[in-house]
Design a protein around this ligand. Sequence first.
Ligand code: SIN
Length: 306
Amino acid sequence: MASTIVILGTGGTIAGTSASADDAVGYTAAQLGIGHLVAAVPALRELDLECEQIAQLDSKDMDIATWQALAARAAYHLARADVAGVVVTHGTDTLEETAYFLHRVLASAKPLVLTAAMRPATSIAADGPQNLFDAVSTVRDARARGVLVAIAGRVWAGAEVRKLHSYRLDAFAAGDAGPLATIEEGRLRWWREAPRGAALGLAHIARDATQWPRVEIVINPAGASGRIVDALLAQGVHGIVAAGTGNGTLHRDLEAALLRAQAAGVRVLRSTRCAAGPVIGGALLRSAEVLSPVQARVELMLQLLS
Ligand code: SIN
């Protein structure tokens, strides 16, 4: 039976340190190695774990090359007969993009569970050790499949999760979909199955990171104009996600510019600047459905790689 769990470190606040234990804001992310984070959780000592450092960054600096490296190492380990699943430690700030990216790319049915923390490892009340323990518990659960996120006592689908709060420990949600499971004392209480989708596979993302399509997000504030879109078109942008108001509606000048860009061959997806909810209907510019603007950007980049 597969029993090894591989833990891949990428940095984030979970690996962050601060000069003062009561400072949960003025810290530096991505300072401690993955072995250090695992050693801080006594309950993990009896388990068959392997640790690997993929990157060491503040996830605001996440990039395509790191995504490619992470997906490749995750796929390698998930294909091993002795591996039950993979845990990825990550920063919270772009976790929803990495989770969505891995969900769309990785084909394995074995669990890959991302986790993170809102407070640095040196905090008087660090949340990282509990979250790491919960992520490992999630991998060990017989019902866990595909890309998941375990944080603050709940399990989310990698396809659905969003960061909604800048400070609170339970900073994540999945809009109307809700959590997949709750975690209590290392045991999961499941509420529903994770959504499945056809994975694109590693070959789909093999293009050199410098050659990936350029996809930008344009928000629709009150008083929007089409000038940003016209500038992006002039620069040769390949795709634009429009973060519209409410149900993805757009200021008439911005919409006109997006339609001009679309007619010129730029792929456009219409999302919403609301924190939750889908974009329903609308014929002229394609809807991003339930994807947040940053998830829709990942989706559009992956589509444009075809
Ligand atoms: C990061 O995203 O790497 C820093 C912030 C965090 O992890 O909460």
